[in-house]
Write a protein that binds this ligand. Structure first.
Ligand code: DGJ
Length: 718
């Protein structure tokens, strides 16, 4: 619900469990409150107008601007910096008007959350009286989803050109408090490890300048009460529906005022606006949870599953796949692929994914990106007969692409050496022997739409893995005029989104999975087009627990690709039991990534059993409510998480132990989110317990003589 108190110019955005208040004070849109849901009433007198503390500063430095800019005496972080024609960036935004309507509009050119008759939107227009820069602030409140969507549009309603230097699409002030921050840090093969620390004083930022959200920092930040844990305490969190460079920041001022922002990275962005032009920011997703980190994640998960992910596959059980990457790397032919697929079919897999190496003359990673034509040396008959043979085995056919890239050794590069991002006169820095196409150019977009469509039409392909294996260097478009060169990165994203929109609309029943050297672009922007993402190139079961744990802070299990691979593991050389590799992979979209044709009889039986389990459980795993039970970043030996089905009848608890420890007190796992008075039957032992007992007494961690052991407990409500 959105309320407006006319006399007080007070806005109240009321979600299912949060409230967000703003008020126009002396023309300035002022942030008043974000937190637990409140009844609708006039609360403005509870938050008095600020006074200047001493004569040195004026009151402006203590105002809680909804859009902080450079104005009068405001010295803290700014959400918008607009360089006007005279060369200064003073911007005094004042309330002009607002509009409230049922529904939600899509953002032009950008992915964004959508509504299904369950949202209301408020648009507030502010304007600087001198330059006539107008800012339209969009807020969408849902019924049934506890996420507040925010974005803004900057319109040049003046008569002179302006330059956007900094655009943070959401900025909030938090109540004074003792806070921690939690974010997801990593690198290739070590993505999204949850890191919690004390909220630093002064300015803190985490970001990407890479032209992609990146492996290092996921575009997510939570500020949480120091005492908050998985089930208790207040958490304020943000992410956004965007896949490019970004900045998330907090600022604790000298008077303990805490602010938090998300937006474009000012180092790699600026945008030129001629009179009459507008700039649309990405959309931020804000979550307040009064029920700790678990409450935060559950709000994000449901929303991402139902209001970011779209299309045919949104609610469908995801196919169990086998991918040949770690099985063969580039060294395959049709015979090898079919041998893996045949065994996969016997085990119960439903989809075979042919990874990198099927096109051009790509026998290693040093060539052919851009030449999306089948390599007849490896696949003499082409894609169609391969698809038919897979279909005859009862398997769907999936294929790998890396569309945004170009190898210097490719026919495409020889024909269009200027199609890559570059700076004339400077070396074109390669990474993995490849360059990046200038996705901002229409001719590049059209080439890709055409080339990919031809491949997808040429065979019965029902799955695409969309990879992207390097980040930007000299990330500039040579066709943009100098005053617009800094727009290159964002124009790249707009171009990429156009291609994704076109391809996913042309092939609506194809399941798309995004990837970027593993999970280097795991964000809501990509999930809008592709409902799942390859979580990490690290397939080691033990490492994956931490990666999937961190990823689950924001993203649902249905978004995470998780595969069983061979031991010794290719990334760590670690040896873990086959069952544990399966038990970790069932925490996401389950698959295999090994040469199944070489699997021992014993492991084949284990693989079959795992596939049977996943088929029985995948609705619970992919659509259920996820809770984290034992935190591997805090516990030295255990990790555990849990899924409860949407109808609250089935419960699945996964428990992982690192190593055998002799002579220790048995540990316990306390379940969450059960109905205290209901009874749950352990499907293995037949014993029944109340929800209260399972939550408060918990389960005993079984004793074991195996390092890296794991267990999956299944309960049914009776
Ligand atoms: C990186 C991906 O993450 C891998 O799974 C694989 O597809 C390779 N690229 C292929 O080059």
């Amino acid at each position: 619900m959105i309320f407006f108190h006319e006399a007080k110019k007070l806005f109240h955005l009321q979600g299912d469990s949060y409230s967000y208040f703003m008020q126009v004070r002396n023309g300035i849109l002022t942030h008043l409150y974000w937190g637990s849901r409140l009844p609708d009433e006039d609360v403005s007198a509870l938050i008095p107008e600020v006074q200047a503390y001493a004569s040195f500063d004026n009151e402006y430095n203590r105002l809680t601007f909804e859009v902080p800019t450079q104005e009068k005496g405001y010295y803290a972080q700014r959400a918008l910096n607009v360089l006007n024609h005279d060369g200064d960036d003073v911007l005094s935004l004042r309330y002009v008007s607002h509009e409230i309507f049922h529904g939600k509009k899509a953002l032009t050119g950008l992915p964004s959350a959508y509504a299904e008759d369950d949202a209301d939107t408020l648009v507030i227009t502010l304007e600087d009286p001198l330059t006539h820069v107008r800012v339209h602030l969009n807020y969408t409140v849902y019924t049934g989803f506890d996420v507040l969507c925010r974005s803004l549009q900057v319109e040049n309603a003046g008569e002179k050109d302006i330059e956007l230097k900094n655009v943070q699409e959401a900025s909030v002030f938090l109540p004074k408090g003792e806070y921690d921050i939690l974010h997801l840090k990593g690198s290739h093969c070590r993505e999204r490890n949850a890191l919690r620390s004390q909220l630093p004083r002064g300015f803190f930022s985490l970001d990407s300048r890479r032209g992609a959200s990146g492996h290092e920092n996921n575009p997510f930040l939570a500020v949480l009460e120091h005492n908050a844990d998985e089930t208790r305490g207040q958490v304020y969190a943000m992410t956004h529906v965007y896949s490019g460079s970004f900045r998330l920041s907090t600022d604790v001022s000298i008077d303990d005022r805490v602010s938090m922002m998300i937006g474009m990275h000012p180092d790699v962005f600026s945008w030129h606006l001629a009179p009459g032009e507008s700039f649309q920011s990405p959309e931020a997703l804000l979550v307040y949870s009064g029920e700790g980190l678990g409450g935060m994640s559950q709000r994000f998960h449901r929303f991402i599953r139902k209001r970011i992910c779209r299309g045919y596959w949104r609610d469908l059980p995801r196919p169990i796949l086998v991918n040949n990457w770690e099985a063969t790397y580039f060294g395959f032919n049709e015979e090898k692929l079919l041998a893996i697929a045949e065994k996969g079919a016997k085990i119960g897999c439903e989809l075979f994914v042919m990874d990198d190496g099927w096109f051009g003359k790509r026998d290693s990673d040093n060539c052919s990106l851009g030449d999306w034509v089948v390599d007849k040396k490896k696949l003499p008959g082409g894609l169609k007969p391969l698809g038919e043979k897979l279909n005859a085995l009862g398997m769907r056919f999936g294929i790998w692409f890396e569309p945004e890239m170009i190898s210097p050794d490719s026919d495409l590069y020889r024909a269009h050496p200027d199609w890559c991002l570059h700076v004339d006169g400077r070396e074109r820095t390669e990474a993995r022997q490849q360059l990046i196409l200038d996705m901002g150019r229409k001719e590049v977009q059209d080439y890709l739409i055409d080339a990919l469509s031809k491949v997808l039409e040429s065979a019965n392909i029902t799955y695409v893995k969309w990879d992207m294996n390097r980040n930007m260097t000299e990330g500039f478009s040579c066709v943009l005029p100098s005053e617009r060169r800094m727009e290159s990165q964002h124009r790249y994203m707009l171009g990429l989104y156009r291609v994704l929109d076109e391809i996913t609309s042309r092939f609506p029943e194809v399941l798309f999975e995004s990837c970027s050297g593993g999970g280097g672009r795991f964000d809501c922007g990509m999930l809008y087009y592709m409902p799942q993402t390859w979580t990490s190139d690290d397939t080691d079961a033990f490492e994956r627990i931490g990666i999937q744990w961190g990823t689950s802070m924001v993203y649902p299990a249905s978004a995470m690709g998780a595969h069983v691979s061979v031991v010794p593991n290719h990334q760590t050389m670690r040896i873990t039991p086959f069952e544990t590799r399966c038990n970790v992979a069932l925490g996401g979209n389950f698959g295999f990534e090994l040469d199944l044709s070489k699997l021992s009889d014993e492991d084949t039986e284990k693989a079959k059993a795992a596939v049977r389990t996943v088929k029985e459980l995948r609705t619970v795993l992919q659509q259920g409510t996820f809770s984290r039970l034992i935190d591997p970043t805090r516990h030295d030996n255990l990790a555990s998480w849990q899924f409860v089905s949407e109808d609250e009848k089935q419960v699945v608890v996964c428990l992982y132990q690192r190593r055998v420890k002799p002579n220790m007190q048995p540990e316990r796992v306390y379940l969450q989110n059960l109905i205290p008075d209901a009874r749950y039957r352990n499907q293995e032992t037949g014993e029944t317990y109340s929800g209260a007992a399972l939550m408060h007494i918990g389960l005993n961690v079984p004793s074991t003589w195996t390092d890296y052991d794991s267990w999956v407990f299944r309960f049914e409500r009776v």
